[in-house]
Write a protein of this length. Structure first.
Length: 345
């Protein structure tokens, strides 16, 4: 039903407008008595063998929703009815910011991908906490944190620390985002010296908290092997709990969409099916080179159960979807979990 009726309707809208309209519809129906139970009946597939214990947390299943979909923690309660094992909010920055100029989200249907240059548009962590305090679900929630666009890189550490402290009581794990290509100079923070300083500082603060939270690093798919080796060493030195591989890519290699359309869209991070192979390569490299020294959450181009299995077999402990959720619909989560159970992975 999604592909034949719902998706064509939403794909007639500008992508960002469609996103908010779709989430408005989900919120509306979730308020009607019985609808949340109905959503769970259709989409929530549970089995004890789907549970995963990763970095000290127990996930009811290994399929999560990637950051960027519920930036401001507006819809995690409603989204939890759609079968996800965990939901990642953000990216959040200390001060609210509007992000880049619209339009800033584009579909490329011929490649089943998305290009975005959102620019960390969000209302800030303190606003998100207002809703997290009213949490009605026990689903695991991750907090993806970044710096404000106006913050110079030399002051970026303070932005991450602020986010970390504000959100700490209300999320189950943290993701340090230094790899989004849509915030000016952000990817320069993937420099080894800065990452060691940042992650060591967060680990130190974390150790003083009553309940320390797992800290993960989200990396770009465009890193070469030498840079991935540095990531492995950084994880070892800072003793953070894991890595998310990968963020969106600046590459446009191998696209079916015409060069004219791609040029008109201009800059932005590419996600979706075109990212599938590269993200899997990064997962496999990290897993094999580190000898499974740390957990990896695999994300990028998961549009089918087979795509998810590929990432798990490459070394991912959990997976996340985003673009595949938009192109394939909410039924994708259940299909993936059924296949994982069937394959006993």
């Amino acid at each position: 039903m999604y592909k034949f009726f719902i998706k064509p309707f939403f794909f007639r809208m500008q992508p960002e407008k469609a996103h908010y309209f779709a989430m408005g519809c989900l919120s509306f129906f979730s308020k009607i008595p019985g609808f949340s139970a109905l959503f769970r009946l259709f989409y929530d597939f549970r089995h004890p063998n789907l549970e995963r214990k990763v970095f000290g947390l127990t996930f009811k299943n290994p399929v999560g929703l990637a950051a960027g979909f519920d930036k401001d923690a507006r819809w995690f309660n409603q989204l939890s009815d759609l079968g996800f094992g965990f939901i990642e909010i953000g990216t959040l920055t200390p001060k609210p910011q509007t992000g880049n100029e619209k339009p800033r989200l584009f579909r490329i249907p011929e490649d089943e991908g998305l290009i975005n240059r959102m620019g960390f548009n969000n209302l800030g962590p303190e606003d998100a906490v207002l809703r997290l305090k009213k949490r009605k679900t026990n689903i695991i929630i991750g907090g993806n944190i970044g710096k404000n666009t106006a913050t110079p890189n030399e002051n970026a550490l303070a932005d991450y620390v602020f986010n970390f402290n504000v959100l700490h009581e209300y999320v189950d794990y943290f993701v340090v985002n230094v790899s989004c290509p849509n915030v000016k100079d952000l990817t320069k923070l993937q420099d080894t010296e800065f990452l060691l300083k940042l992650l060591s500082e967060l680990k130190s603060i974390n150790a003083d908290k009553e309940t320390p939270k797992p800290i993960l690093l989200k990396i770009a798919p465009d890193l070469n092997h030498d840079q991935l080796d540095e990531i492995i060493e950084i994880v070892a030195q800072t003793n953070i709990e894991g890595v998310i591989a990968t963020n969106t890519t600046t590459s446009r290699d191998g696209l079916k969409t015409s060069d004219t359309i791609i040029s008109e869209i201009a800059n932005g991070g590419l996600s979706g099916r075109p990212l599938k192979d590269r993200s899997t390569e990064v997962i496999r490299y990290l897993s094999e080179k580190s000898k499974k020294a740390f957990p990896v959450i695999g994300v990028g181009g998961i549009y089918s159960p087979e795509d998810a299995l590929e990432k798990l077999q490459a070394g991912a402990d959990l997976v996340q979807i985003y673009s595949g959720f938009i192109y394939e619909g909410p039924g994708l989560v259940k299909r993936i979990n059924k296949e994982i159970l069937k394959m006993n992975l």
